[in-house]
Design a protein. Structure first.
Length: 226
């Protein structure tokens, strides 16, 4: 469900937060570019220069507009930005300066909590104060639903901590999913050496939400057939 937020507030965003720019390339079509927030001021966002799927700096040749997307609380928010010469002038410095509009659109997200056994590597950053850590920590999933995940890791987290998750499930890359740690127990396989965490997904981009739902439905259908 789309709705209008209040005026731009620097407190909505976090330093080192994962964000995306969506552009339309005449030759390649719609492209999702990855970035992180470097600095937040009262009227401007400074992000690291957006990169494509090959992790190369995107050139923006002939592209004059983009859609900025970020996770705020339990919402996905977005706004259109003009890629002016001033916006693109700091490519060599690896930075892009964005001027957010007064109002931004938000998408409220609803969840269904059917869980499936799936194993895949998970990487995550930890929210410390008002920024995410630079380091990526590692774990391995045990099960997942549209509402959350269970994973094992040797790194100690506390219930109530917030993290930013990255993982690949089948052919889909999931990036920057915001989650809260709700439970920690000892791993039954590596007690005293590894922890088992239950996390609750707080927000994810709409593309990821739809893809995850489709993968889970596909998996449930296969399970019923077997």
């Amino acid at each position: 469900m789309f709705k209008k937020r209040s005026s731009f507030d620097r407190g909505l965003f976090l330093e080192n937060q994962y964000v995306e720019l969506i552009v339309f390339d005449p030759a390649k079509g719609k492209i999702s570019l990855s970035s992180r927030i470097k600095e937040i001021s009262d009227d401007r966002l400074i992000i690291h220069w957006p990169r494509d799927e090959e992790d190369s700096k995107f050139a923006f040749d002939g592209i004059r507009f983009a859609v900025f997307q970020a996770l705020v609380g339990i919402e996905v928010i977005s706004f259109k930005v003009t890629l002016s010469p001033d916006t693109l002038k700091d490519k060599e410095l690896g930075l892009m300066r964005l001027d957010p509009p007064r109002f931004m659109e938000g998408i409220e997200q609803k969840r269904v909590y059917q869980r499936m056994q799936r194993k895949f590597p998970v990487r995550f950053r930890i929210l410390q104060g008002e920024r995410y850590t630079d380091n990526l920590f590692e774990g391995n999933s045990t099960n997942i639903s549209i509402g959350g995940m269970e994973f094992a890791s040797v790194d100690r987290l506390e219930p109530g901590m917030h993290i930013e998750c990255f993982f690949k499930m089948e052919y889909v890359e999931f990036k920057g999913i915001r989650a809260e740690v709700v439970r920690r127990t000892d791993s039954p396989h590596h007690k005293d050496m590894e922890f088992l965490y239950a996390i609750k997904f707080e927000a994810m981009f709409e593309r990821e939400r739809v893809s995850l739902n489709q993968l889970l439905l596909k998996g449930f259908s296969k399970g019923q057939e077997n």
